[in-house]
Design a protein around this ligand. Structure first.
Ligand code: AHR
Length: 675
C-alpha cells in the first residue's frame, strides 16, 4: 500500500519526545471516532490530478522534446528558438521555405546554403526550452527530416554545454535528394541543465531540414511497462507516486482559448506527430508581469498521450472539452447555437476515439496509434470555467447528444470560476446551481483560489450542502498567499497546511464531494506564468511542493468508508479558526482506522483518541507526519525535502490512547483494529 522508500525518518528526535506519552493520559482534547458509523464509501476518484499546459507544463516540461520549434512552425516567427551559426571563416545563408515540404501540414522548413563550411561548418543553433537538460552517460535520440536538393550533403550535430564545450556529437554524411528521415544516438560527456544544440552543414551545398528533434531515449518507456512516447520520466514518476484517482486534461482555460481559434481541439492533437499543427499557447502573454512569448503548443503531448498517461499511472481519464465558448475572462467569443453541431460532434467522436471497438472509425485511429483496447473513459467535462445562460443553453445541447448515445458517460458541469474573481461571481454560481439541480449532471465543478485563511476558516464549507443535488467535483483549488495569480504567491507550509485542513472537511463530506484536485499542477522554475503550483521543475530536477505532499498523503491514504469523527474541547486560534481539523475513514481491505488531523497552532496539542466500536487495536499503528517549524517554510530545488513526510510506527494496545499532535502539523494515523 505505502511506499516505504517514500518516507524519510527525519524527525526521530521529535517523535521520541512526542510519542513517549502513549499510555492513557487525561488529555484535554478528545477525538472520538465512531466506527459503527461506517457510512459513505470514499470515491476511488476522490483525489486526482489537474493537468494544464501552463508554466511550460507540456512543451518544455512533461513532453521531453528538447528542441524548441523543431518544425519551424511557430506562427509568429518560424525561426524563434534558432540562431545562425557561422563559426570562424565559414560562410552561408539561411532561409525559411515552404515549397515542397516533407509534410503539407508542416509546411515551413529551414533551407541552409553552405558556401564555405570552414573548419567547423555553417548552420543553426537551437536554444531549447531555457536550455536543454542533458545528463552525462544517458542516450539521446536525434532525428530529422532532411533533403539535399543538389549534391549529396553532410552535416554534424553537436551538444554544447552552457560554457561552450562540445559535450556530444554525431555526423550524418549521406543526405541525398528527396526528404528522408535520419537519426543518430548521442551520449553527452557532461551533465548540463542549459546545454544547446548545433546543426552544421560540413560541405559546400544545399540542405533542407525539418522536425529537428532530440529526446532522451528513456522517456517514460520503462516506467510502468507500457510505452508513452516522449514524456519526462521524473515528472511522470511524481504523478504515479500519488496514485491519483483521475487525471483531468488538458486544463483549464487552455480548453477555452482566448478566442475560439485558439481553443483546444483534440482532433488536431492525435495521429502522426508530423501533422499536428503548432498553435500559440494561450498563457504566452496572458500576464504582463510574466510574459512568455516563446510559449507554443506543438501537441507532441496530445490526447492519445494523455490517455496513455492515465493508463500508466492508473488514473481515470477526465477530458474537458470546449463547449462553444472562448474564455470568459478574455474574448467571451460564442459559437452561435445553430453552428454548435461540429463542437458536439467533437465530443461524441472523442468518446468513440477513447472507447469504440478497434474496427470502428475512431477506434481504428486509436488502434493504429498502438492502442486497440478501449481507454474505458467514463466521464467528460463540458466547458471549463463557464457561466451565464449561454452556457446553460450550450450545456443542454451537449448533454442531450452525449446521454442519447452514451448514457454511461458521466457529465461534469461548471460553476464559472472562483466566486471572488469573476464578475457577479456568487450570484452566477447560485444561478448555475439552480440549473444543475434541474439538469442533473453527475458532477458540478467548483473552484477556489483564495487566501490561505479562507481554507482554514471554511473546513465546514460542504457540511450544509444540499445532499439531493449533483455530486461535487472540486476541480481547482489552491491557497494564494498573495492573491489570485499573484507572482509573489508561495507554495509555503501555511498554504499547504491550511489546504490540508480544508481537505479534511471535503473528506468529512465524502458522500457529496466525490472528486478533488489541486491546480495548477506543474511550474517550470524559469518559465512559469502562474504560481503557486504543485510540482516545480527545471530542465534536470523536479521537486514536490509542501502542497504536493499534502495531496499525496491524502491520495495514498483515502480509506474505503467514511467514519464519524468528533472533536471535543479543542483549542481555537480565533473565532473562526479551530486549531484541530479531523477526518477519519475505515480501510476495509486492511481493517484499519485512518485518522487525519491538522494542527494549525504553534503548540503541540495533547489529545485522547477513542475508537468507539473497536475491541482491539494494534499491536502498533503507523504514524505519518508532515510538519515544519515555520509556516513560511517551503521546498525548493536546493532543498526539495525541507518539508517531507516522516513515517514511524508506535506500539499500541488499546482502542483508547493518547496522542500529541505536533505544532503546525498534518498527521495521519493508521490503526489496525478488530471490531
Ligand atoms: O489553474 C490556472 C487557471 O485558473 C485555469 O486555467 C483556470 O481554469 C483557472 O482560472
Amino acid at each position: 500500500m505505502f511506499d516505504k522508500n517514500f518516507m524519510k525518518i527525519k524527525s526521530v528526535l521529535f517523535i521520541s519526545i512526542f510519542f513517549t506519552g502513549i499510555s492513557v493520559v487525561h488529555a484535554q482534547t478528545k477525538i472520538t471516532i465512531n466506527t459503527n458509523s461506517n457510512a459513505a464509501p470514499i470515491s476511488k476518484t476522490m483525489y486526482g490530478i489537474f493537468f494544464e499546459d501552463i508554466n511550460f507544463g507540456a512543451d518544455g516540461g512533461l513532453y521531453s522534446e528538447l528542441v524548441k520549434n523543431r518544425g519551424f512552425e511557430f506562427p509568429e516567427s518560424a525561426v524563434m528558438g534558432w540562431t545562425r551559426l557561422a563559426p570562424g571563416e565559414s560562410r552561408g545563408s539561411l532561409s525559411i521555405r515552404t515549397e515542397e515540404p516533407f509534410e503539407k501540414a508542416n509546411p515551413h522548413y529551414m533551407h541552409i546554403e553552405v558556401r564555405d563550411p570552414g573548419s567547423n561548418g555553417f548552420g543553426i543553433n537551437n536554444e531549447g526550452f531555457r536550455g536543454m537538460g542533458l545528463r552525462k552517460g544517458e542516450t539521446y535520440l536525434f532525428s530529422i527530416y532532411a533533403n539535399a536538393p543538389m549534391e549529396v550533403m553532410s552535416f554534424k550535430i553537436e551538444l554544447i554545454s552552457s560554457d561552450g564545450k562540445v559535450i556530444g556529437q554525431a555526423a550524418i554524411d549521406n543526405v541525398t535528394k528527396g526528404w528522408k528521415h535520419y537519426s543518430a544516438e548521442i551520449v553527452p560527456t557532461e551533465t548540463d541543465a542549459k546545454a544547446t544544440f548545433n546543426l552544421l552543414g560540413t560541405k559546400v551545398g544545399l540542405l533542407d531540414v525539418d522536425m529537428v528533434s532530440l529526446f532522451p531515449k528513456e522517456s517514460a518507456v520503462k516506467l510502468m511497462g507500457r510505452d508513452v512516447p516522449g514524456l519526462r520520466i521524473d515528472l511522470v514518476q511524481m504523478l504515479a507516486d500519488m496514485k491519483p484517482g483521475f487525471l483531468r486534461f488538458p486544463g483549464g482555460c487552455i480548453v477555452e482559448g482566448r478566442d475560439l481559434g485558439n481553443r483546444y481541439q483534440w482532433k488536431n492533437t492525435i495521429g502522426d506527430i508530423n501533422q499536428r499543427q503548432t498553435i500559440i499557447g494561450r498563457w504566452n502573454t496572458e500576464f504582463g508581469h510574466r510574459l512568455t512569448p516563446d510559449y507554443y503548443q506543438s501537441f507532441g503531448l496530445g490526447f492519445f498521450e494523455y490517455f496513455m498517461l492515465c493508463e500508466q499511472i492508473g488514473a481515470e481519464p477526465m477530458p474537458i472539452i470546449n463547449c462553444g465558448m472562448a474564455c470568459q475572462f478574455n474574448t467571451c467569443e460564442l459559437v452561435p447555437m445553430d453552428e454548435l453541431g461540429p463542437y458536439v460532434q467533437d465530443a461524441i467522436d472523442l468518446i468513440e476515439f477513447a472507447n469504440a471497438p478497434a474496427n470502428s472509425k475512431w477506434g481504428k485511429i486509436r488502434a493504429d496509434m498502438g492502442h486497440p483496447e478501449s481507454f474505458n473513459m467514463k466521464m467528460i467535462g463540458i466547458g471549463n470555467e463557464q457561466w451565464g445562460s449561454q452556457y446553460i443553453e450550450r450545456y443542454k445541447f451537449f448533454a442531450e447528444a452525449i446521454k442519447d448515445g452514451y448514457p454511461y458517460i458521466q457529465l461534469i458541469a461548471a460553476t464559472g470560476s472562483d466566486a471572488t474573481i469573476f464578475p457577479n461571481g456568487q450570484a452566477e454560481i447560485e444561478y448555475l446551481w439552480s440549473q444543475w439541480r434541474e439538469l442533473r449532471p453527475e458532477y458540478v465543478d467548483e473552484h477556489f483560489y483564495r487566501r490561505p485563511e479562507w481554507f482554514i476558516e471554511n473546513t465546514g464549507f460542504y457540511d450544509e450542502y444540499d445532499r439531493k443535488g449533483p455530486k461535487l467535483f472540486v476541480g481547482e483549488y489552491a491557497a494564494q498567499s498573495g492573491g489570485v495569480a499573484n507572482p509573489d504567491n508561495r507554495n509555503n507550509w501555511k498554504c499547504a497546511l491550511y489546504e490540508a485542513a480544508f481537505i479534511t472537511g471535503m473528506e468529512r463530506n465524502a458522500d457529496l464531494v466525490r472528486m478533488t484536485c489541486y491546480a495548477p499542477l506543474f511550474g517550470h522554475e524559469e518559465a512559469w506564468q502562474w504560481r503557486p503550483d504543485m510540482i516545480w521543475f527545471d530542465n534536470l530536477n523536479v521537486y514536490g511542493s509542501a502542497n504536493y505532499y499534502v495531496q499525496k498523503l491524502f491520495s495514498l491514504n483515502p480509506g474505503t468508508n467514511l467514519l464519524k469523527a468528533h472533536v471535543n474541547d479543542a483549542p481555537n486560534l480565533n473565532d473562526k479558526t479551530k486549531a484541530l481539523s479531523v477526518s477519519s475513514t475505515f480501510d476495509n481491505e486492511k481493517d484499519e482506522v485512518i485518522i487525519k488531523v491538522t494542527n494549525v497552532s504553534a503548540k503541540a496539542i495533547k489529545t485522547n483518541i477513542e475508537l468507539q466500536g473497536i475491541t482491539k487495536a494494534g499491536p502498533q499503528m503507523e504514524v505519518i507526519t508532515l510538519n515544519s517549524s515555520s509556516l513560511t517554510n517551503e521546498n525548493s530545488i536546493k532543498d526539495p525535502k525541507n518539508i517531507y513526510p516522516a513515517e514511524n510506527t508506535i506500539a499500541l494496545s488499546s482502542p483508547s490512547f493518547s496522542f500529541d499532535f505536533a505544532p503546525y502539523s498534518f498527521t495521519i494515523l493508521r490503526v489496525p483494529v478488530e471490531k
